[in-house]
Design a protein around this ligand. Structure first.
Ligand SMILES: Nc1ncnc2c1ncn2[C@@H]1O[C@H](COP(=O)(O)OP(=O)(O)O)[C@@H](O)[C@H]1O
Ligand code: SF4
Ligand SMILES: [Mg+2]
Length: 432
């Protein structure tokens, strides 16, 4: 499907230059987020530089407190009706209820032609076999170092890129091949928020047109007054004053521009929003505000969020489940609390060890500094892809590729890791 068909695609519409089922892997079981709740294993209290915000996986879906400190938003808080009034049409349809995955990626792969320096025929294996499900109303954090394939996966999830192999389905529809009314429905239901709010908003469009563009594309409002009212409502939902709608993107701060991007994504009343590093380009002081806004909207509207970040500290407070990616693959997936408390993959342990710790149960974790950069995705290492950097590598790791399997522990049903020694009572010492 060409990117230009997606109303969120910057290249197509409001934006200027592009900035751009099955259960989760592992044994069948209850909704993973529900399982985490049953185990009483919500994300631990804040223990990073990020202000405490939400206990997203514990208890009923009530909005958590917003962050303290001065807000960038120049209007009322992110309040407003969860469901808009009759001036526009109802929410995008799709499967409902816990236990049903909304969006399912099965065996997706995507490669690109490598640069000339690597030879004309070489291919970068950006995403190299990923299975992932996104459930209604959950926040799925996706983390990994730069270049591990997060953005490529995000683009495939929303239909901006077609997988070379495998497929992505929303409500049973293949997002890459659906046509006509079904494609329009998909475009409404699955939206994207981009990393860089400046390049993803058309500098020549006033905010009213930026935010209303998906309304126009999908014919969700009739008449100028209804259009304006809906944009005002959307701006209020993201904590911006409605009278800002006549201004242009350059008149806003980075955090405000990302709020505008979120308002635009909300315009179609989507069921899923894929947020590709939505706070990475923002000042640290503003990041928590935008993370909190997304978490609050997710809870209040029951939207599923895919929250992509390169830093585990950013997603840990808001993710029901976390997927850790390395070199085009998911190497660990599980309830956020289980992944944080009992990381089963040495790469996850290394990522976690670089997150500042305040929670007593996590003190004493050894600091793991990974040697070198990730290997080239043009020619990933044989066996375990992580073996060239793994602090506990064994001979078997160089020969045999580990599959995702449960390491045991409190979330054994839904927690999987791709390591030969995941869940081993005693970790091996490095071999040769
Ligand atoms: N359009 C493209 N053309 C060529 N290579 C690409 C393209 N998009 C991504 N890549 C390469 O694919 C790999 C994964 O990129 P990306 O998905 O952007 O990772 P991340 O978002 O985790 O940083 C990187 O090596 C990147 O250089
Ligand atoms: S399989 Fe081996 S190299 Fe890979 S993460 Fe596990 S211990 Fe490390
Ligand atoms: Mg990226």
């Amino acid at each position: 499907m060409p990117p230009s068909d997606h109303p969120a695609a910057p290249g197509r519409t409001a934006a200027g230059p592009a900035s751009a089922g099955r259960r989760p892997v592992g044994p069948a079981g209850p909704h993973p987020a529900a399982a985490a709740q049953d185990a009483g294993s919500g994300p631990p209290a804040a223990d990073t530089g990020m202000p405490t915000v939400l206990s997203a996986s514990a208890g009923p879906r009530t909005p958590g407190p917003l962050t303290s400190g001065p807000s960038e938003a120049a209007g009322p808080g992110p309040t407003g009706p969860a469901h808009p009034g009759p001036a526009h049409s109802g929410p995008a349809s799709g499967p409902a209820g816990p236990g049903e995955p909304l969006l399912v990626a099965v065996g997706v792969r995507k490669s690109y032609r490598a640069g000339r320096s690597l030879g004309g025929r070489a291919r970068v294996r950006a995403v190299d076999g990923v299975d992932l499900s996104v459930f209604a109303g959950e926040t799925l954090g996706v983390v990994g170092e730069s270049g591990c394939g997060k953005s490529t996966l995000a683009r495939m999830l929303v239909g901006l890129e077609r997988p070379d192999a495998g497929h992505v389905r929303y409500a049973g529809l293949d997002v890459a091949t659906a046509r006509g009314a079904r494609r329009r429905e998909l475009r409404r239901a699955v939206q994207m928020v981009f990393q860089d709010p400046l390049t993803s908003l058309n500098p020549r469009m006033p905010i009213i047109d930026v935010v209303a563009e998906p309304l126009d594309v999908h014919r969700l409002v009739r008449g100028a007054a209804a259009r304006r009212d809906r944009v005002a409502e959307l701006l209020e939902m993201v904590g911006l004053a409605p009278d800002m709608m006549r201004r242009f993107p350059h008149e806003f701060s980075g955090g405000q521009r990302q709020r505008i991007g979120i308002a635009r994504a909300l315009a179609t009343e989507p069921r899923v929003i894929v947020c590709d590093e939505p706070v990475s380009a923002l000042d640290v002081s503003v990041q928590a505000q935008v993370v909190n806004l997304l978490a609050e909207l997710q809870q209040r509207l029951g939207i599923a969020l895919v929250f992509i970040a390169h830093d585990l500290g950013v997603v840990r407070h808001v993710s029901h489940r976390v997927a850790v990616m390395y070199l085009g693959r998911v190497v660990e997936l599980g309830p956020g609390a289980a992944v944080y408390r009992e990381p089963a993959h040495p790469y996850t342990r290394a990522l976690l060890s670089s997150v500042p710790v305040r929670h007593p149960s996590e003190r004493g974790r050894p600091r793991i500094v990974l040697a070198g950069d990730p290997p080239s995705p043009v020619d990933p290492p044989a066996g375990c892809r992580f073996h060239t950097r793994c602090p506990i590598v064994q001979d078997v790791c160089r020969r045999e590729e580990p599959v995702l399997r449960t390491p045991g522990g409190e979330a054994a049903e839904t927690h999987v890791a791709a390591c030969h020694f995941a869940g081993a009572p005693v970790l091996p010492t490095p071999a040769g």
